[in-house]
Design a protein around this ligand. Sequence first.
Ligand SMILES: *Cc1c(COP(=O)(O)O)cnc(C)c1O
Length: 471
Amino acid sequence: MKNLYQLLPAIHELQANTEFEQFQKKYNVDKEYLTNILRDVVSNIRNEIVNGEWNESASSKEDMVRFIYRKSEEELEHSTNYYLTKTINATGTVLHTNLGRARLSDEAIQHVVEIAKGYSNLEYNTKEGIRGSRHSIVESLLMELTGAESAMVVNNNAAAVFLILRALANSQEVIVSRGQLVEIGGSFRISAIMEESGARLVEVGTTNKTHLEDYENAITDSTSMVLKVHTSNFRTIGFTKTVDISELVTLKQKKENLVIYEDLGSGVLYDLKGHGIGDEPVIKEVLAKGVDLVSFSGDKLLGGPQAGIIAGKKEWIDKLKKHQLARVLRVDKLTYAALEATLFSYLKGSSIAIPTIRDILATEEEIKDRCQQFVACLTDKINHYHIELRKEGSPIGGGTMPGVEVPTFVVCLKHPKKTAIEIATMLRQQSTPIIVRIKNDEILLDFRTIQQDEIEEIAVAFVKIDKKPQD
Ligand SMILES: *Cc1c(COP(=O)(O)O)cnc(C)c1O
């Protein structure tokens, strides 16, 4: 043990090694960062020696230095990895909340890169040579796409709900149906957000039924708003009644300045129900019914970046734009760039360029073709798995379209010795994590959300796992 100690170099000796400079260059780290890593590695080796756990061979100081640098290299590769990493979504859920919801289109990515690289006219009106407003960037696009008088963008839809309540209903009453006091993933509750905003919640109706009279009877001198919340992530069936927004707007005759607001949750610009997928109302149709304000997410069915979009009557949106919170909740130029490009795709009629729309509309044949390509990649390379192609359904996800599944094809894999959970764990721990579905102790790969260039990568991971000996 004593001899081994004597082999450990001092830090200044390690720094004098030619590799010290090479590593700094190769990993783009400074002297201090590299020194700390070397120090940690030496300290770990010392501990291993003390505890009798050291089982490497080193017979000279040079051997030890080489070993320390090899270990440091592993550390460097690991420590310079980003936390945020590309992940393969093999679940078939297009809007997977844990996996970042919507993917951006190529156009949106290009626009983001261009705007990120240089200066931009974010708040500069280049035509007039005067200060501009970032609100103008996508407002006219949104007006054209939704038919709204005015529109604005905030950080996310939760922020939109908060801003609207705070700016237009602070210290006043807001009427909501008991059937719509929803909780959305990540413990966002309408009732809690309302309390934070300073608005007073007035609940009407029952869990399953609310009538127009229920709202009407609840209107007082202190009422400022009627809020309808789209029940995005659950469904009430059976003996139920909700009041359509077209009926709610008639309440405006009962009280001056009453704001009728619908939180649409996802909100769609592309008519998916026209393809027989779900029954999400198209935003333009909702606004045409005379509602004052709607809000919806940028990264749900719209298929853009995280954002909260507010559209509706100019009178109210002007107030929102001027509110102090608008500054607090504002979005950055990268979000505007991505959103602008996404909205342009809708305007040009090329919504199919938006990955969310394209993936939801992908046909069984397309998906089956990807399944077959995957199976072809595995042929002759693996011995153990039982592989089968099967018809299945993909949920849409992102707290949208509850109970809706679009027909898909999946590859089911079963291993005689390894459980589905064990395989899923190993797939998750690949350098590019692969997230799968498990059903009846089988791994299901739903190729709806798997990109062409990921097919081979997944096959390689399966081959690797197949070869891995049993623990
Ligand atoms: C998803 C959702 C929200 C929150 O939207 P984020 O963009 O995630 O902040 C709010 N209300 C409803 C009804 C939703 O479905």
